[in-house]
Write a protein that binds this ligand. Structure first.
Ligand code: HOZ
Length: 425
């Protein structure tokens, strides 16, 4: 089914969809493109656009795909499920199976509820933290992104950072007045905020490895320090593992760094590339949700049969430790090839090549202010276009990550490294 060339689609899209896209970063303006890519199909490590051009895809649906596009096992699981109906809005066996798989994998999760998007999971986890503690305030970190939840868009990463939006109209001041923002990796600032607001603090929410300002690893002691601050103040510690869950380890960043949050937000890989997300954690907190408790949360498509089938087909394969050994090997090979072309920051199978000026060399970037200061978004745009012209697709923003999958072989990795080596800005 061919409906139009990229340019034809772009012309129509702009008349029909605000900005021509359904999520702002996709417009690719930040990397200097006049028209975004329109994807026609994809397989393994490759995307094919509406004009038939093929690209090595380092976005992989923003990290959702660990086995690459159109993975045969996932497709078969979805096909089989679809034959029995696509949505019931009722309880199913597969959602119990998926919940069991998540509880088994993620160290701190005792109970879990399934929803349809990361934003929905973050919004619900925040409500639950507030309902459980009977407190309103939330502490977040600049450059972290937790979906487009009103209270959490303050100094947010991802598309908000890409477009340089300082504050979004449409969010009442009363909503953000409960949001406190600290610099990432700054435990002293977090401690000062907790000392000041601790009694009213419902939760501290953090990406345990930041992925939405580019990849910024947690400094040694940062996550443990947040755990201690929460224990002392009675606030809940919430890890947003939408990106890191099942990626940096089967049990996410909490397994890799050995810190147990009270609540965890999951998405992306958990749904095997279909719209599914989840939030889970301590049983006593989760039991506060309706219908056992008073905190309301609901959704027609929650636990959707196709999404649970896809999620199960992926998560069951992650029990094999070779998956993570192999992801680590491939990501390390990519990192080694990119080192020397900017600042490469990597945790497991996620990394960012920050286009730091050549005269600076590789300099560690530990927070959002340093990302803004040291990473040259113009230079990243030039690198993006250089690679795009050579059939390699990076995230169309400096404030995102490259996601390594098991579909990326040495050939795709080496081709990417060669293309980066040929870039001269
Ligand atoms: N917020 C997503 C990346 N962190 C972008 C999603 C999209 O544009 O599809």
């Amino acid at each position: 089914m061919v409906v139009g060339t990229r340019s034809e689609l772009w012309a129509r899209a702009q008349r029909l969809i605000p900005g021509g896209v359904n999520s702002p970063v996709r417009a690719m303006r930040a990397v200097g493109l006049d028209e975004p890519m329109f994807v026609r199909r994809a397989d393994g490590a490759y995307l094919e656009d509406a004009d038939g051009a093929r690209y090595v895809d380092w976005v992989q649906s923003w990290g959702a795909l660990l086995f690459g596009h159109a993975d045969p096992e996932t497709i078969e699981a979805i096909r089989e499920a679809a034959l029995d109906g696509t949505s019931y809005g009722a309880a199913t066996e597969r959602e119990v199976e998926l919940a069991a798989e998540i509880v088994e994998a993620i160290p701190s999760v005792e109970m879990v509820r399934l929803v349809s998007s990361g934003t929905e999971a973050a919004m619900s986890a925040l409500r639950l933290a507030r309902g459980f503690t009977r407190r309103d305030r939330v502490l977040k970190f600049a450059g972290c992104y937790h979906g487009h939840v009103d209270a959490l868009l303050a100094e947010a990463g991802s598309g908000v950072a890409t477009l340089g939006i300082p504050a979004t109209p449409g969010i009442p001041g009363a909503v953000t007045s409960h949001t406190i923002v600290c610099p990432y990796n700054d435990l002293d600032a977090a401690a000062a905020a907790v000392a000041r607001y601790g009694e009213g603090l419902a939760c501290v929410i953090v990406e345990p490895v930041a992925g939405n300002m580019g990849v910024v690893p947690p400094a040694p002691g940062f996550l443990d320090g947040l755990r201690a601050l929460c224990d002392a103040s009675g606030a809940l510690l919430v890890f947003d593992e939408v990106v890191t869950g099942f990626r940096v380890a089967r049990g996410g960043a909490q397994e890799r760094f050995g810190v147990r949050p009270d609540l965890t937000i999951l998405g992306k890989i958990a749904g095997g590339g279909l719209p599914l997300a989840a939030f889970g954690g301590r049983a006593d907190v989760m039991q506060e949700l309706a219908p056992t408790g008073p905190v309301y949360q609901a959704g027609t498509l929650s636990g959707n049969p196709l999404a649970t089938a896809a999620g199960l087909s992926v998560l069951r394969r992650l029990r094999d430790p070779l998956v993570y050994d192999e992801l680590e090997r491939r990501a390390a090979r990519l990192q080694a090839g990119l080192d020397g072309h900017g600042t490469v920051q990597r945790v497991g199978a996620m990394l960012t090549l920050f286009c730091t000026p050549p005269e600076l060399g590789a300099v560690p970037i530990r927070n959002y202010a340093l990302v803004r200061d040291r990473a040259d978004a113009e230079r990243y745009g030039a690198l993006f276009r250089h690679l795009f012209d050579r059939g390699i697709y990076l995230a169309p923003s400096q404030f995102e990550a490259m996601f390594v999958s098991l579909a990326h072989g040495d050939e795709e990795i080496d081709r990417t490294i060669e293309a980066v080596e040929s870039f001269r800005a």
